[in-house]
Design a protein around this ligand. Structure first.
Ligand SMILES: [Zn+2]
Length: 104
């Protein structure tokens, strides 16, 4: 379980709440809603809304609401060795200080 930055919207997400970021098991989902997102690391809100082969809707496509959604400058963060989100340039882990926008 670790934090990562969504490659589409830039928010901070937890792998446990977003199917590991949808990156490992892309075949389970129907990507026709946004084919360019397949293979990217996605938050629950940017994730696929339908399973593949007509297996019905997923619980994704909306923010999970377990914690607040913090949007960060895109491509500036990575997951470090302890599973926290780290600002690549400064090495800082207090990602909230870099927030562009925060929604519930
Ligand atoms: Zn996202």
């Amino acid at each position: 379980m670790s934090l990562f930055q969504c490659e589409v919207c830039g928010c901070c997400e937890n792998t446990a709440l977003s199917c590991q970021g949808f990156k490992e098991i892309t075949e389970c989902f129907d990507w026709s809603y946004a084919p360019e997102r397949e293979g990217l690391k996605l938050c629950s809100a940017c994730g696929p809304v339908e399973r593949s082969n007509g297996h019905g809707p997923t619980e994704y496509g909306k923010w999970h609401g377990v914690f607040r959604r913090v949007f960060l400058p895109k491509n500036q963060f990575h997951t470090n060795r302890v599973g926290n989100l780290e600002h690549t340039e400064t090495g800082r882990e207090d990602f909230s200080s870099f927030a562009i926008e925060v929604t519930p």
